[in-house]
Design a binder for this molecule. Structure first.
Ligand SMILES: O=C(O)CCC(=O)C(=O)O
Ligand SMILES: [Fe+2]
Length: 334
């Protein structure tokens, strides 16, 4: 029996799930602007983050908009592709809402190869929320040990201050856990301002994610190509190199609202990237949200180091229609 059928019963507010074709691309009128929405706040947040307006929260009961399709016709590849996952009726508003509400960073760091030090400027905006399995947040936002439920030792996270997932992203996380049958304790968000922003070929195969991690990746905004290619197999490998149907990278044209679940042997054997692009929707912004599960505290330190870093906060300026350094009420850029 399909998972979706079982879960229809879960959302009692949505007795009849509309087929995707029945959901119009845009609501007849712009949804009512809701003021004074409740917010999520935490000492580590530069400013509070609003909860979803009611019309977005309601439409989440129609996730996934369509069933996911398995893509597993290449060696070691195990994907589930929802085209789309987010209902068409809210995908644009969800993008606008998150771009407006979230605080982002433009992380810089140095890498050292032998004696040579190179400065890396991350070619996109990033932000991250969550904590690994060894700790958890209480309702009031303090960190306790997951086993003992006592406050964590002060030296557990030496390089970062973990942040709880704000209510809005946590709604998406909870729904995604259901439809991907996996648990997540981290939410990473990328913002690609234009086609000049990118992520180079990599795999999310860090030890702190455990073996065969499930990573759910939601796209909103501009359509961008997601490329996948098999990792090179060293000549010394015992097994012969898998024969790939096609040596060209696999290209998935991720559109707003799509979701791709990477699972099984995918991270261990495949690389993925969002290359820079010209033309198409390259003048528009794109948000990518990934949900993951980090098992160990090293994962928490790694994710904050590379997605928050030590630089200033950036926030979307709806008047200038661009990311601007965020200045707190005392007039200081933070
Ligand atoms: O933007 C995307 O679709 C991919 C992002 C990604 O691969 C990552 O954050 O690890
Ligand atoms: Fe990735």
């Amino acid at each position: 029996m399909s998972k979706k059928h079982t879960l229809d019963n879960f959302f009692t507010s949505s007795p009849k799930r509309p087929r995707v074709a029945e959901v119009s691309a845009k609501p007849a009128a712009d949804p009512p602007t809701q003021t004074d929405l409740p917010t999520s706040n935490h000492p580590t947040y530069p400013y509070p983050v609003q909860h979803f307006p009611q019309f977005i929260a309601n439409a989440l009961s129609d996730v996934p908009a369509v069933e996911g399709k398995e893509i597993n016709n290449q060696p070691d590849l195990d994907l589930l592709y929802f085209q789309p996952y987010i209902p068409k009726s809210i995908e644009r508003y969800l993008f606008e809402f998150l771009r407006q509400e979230l605080f982002f960073y433009r992380v810089q760091y140095k890498i050292k190869r032998g004696p040579v030090e190179t400065q890396i400027n991350t070619p996109r905006y990033t932000t991250v929320f969550g904590v690994d399995e060894s700790s958890r947040f209480t309702i009031d936002g303090s960190l306790i040990d997951a086993q003992t439920c006592k406050p964590i030792p002060s030296d557990r996270y030496r390089t970062c201050k973990p942040r709880p997932i704000p209510h809005c992203l946590d709604e998406l996380r909870k729904i995604t856990e259901i439809f991907t049958s996996s648990a997540y304790n981290f939410c990473l968000v990328n913002y690609y301002a234009t086609g000049a922003d990118s992520i180079s070929y990599h795999s999310d195969d860090e030890r702190f994610l455990g073996t065969e991690p499930a990573i759910a990746s939601i796209s909103l905004g501009a359509k961008r190509d997601f490329l996948l290619k098999h990792k090179p197999v060293p000549p010394s490998a015992k097994e012969p190199r898998p024969v790939l149907e096609d040596e060209k990278p696999l290209k998935l044209p991720l559109a707003s609202g799509d979701m791709i679940l990477m699972k099984g042997r995918t991270q261990a054997n495949w690389l993925h990237s969002i290359p820079k692009r010209k033309g198409g929707e390259s003048d528009k912004g794109r948000i990518n949200i990934t949900f993951r599960k980090a098992m160990m505290k090293g994962g928490t330190e790694n994710y904050y180091q590379y997605n928050v870093g030590n630089g200033g906060v950036w926030r979307w300026d709806s008047q200038k229609r661009e990311m601007r350094p965020w200045v707190d009420t005392s007039g200081v850029a933070v």
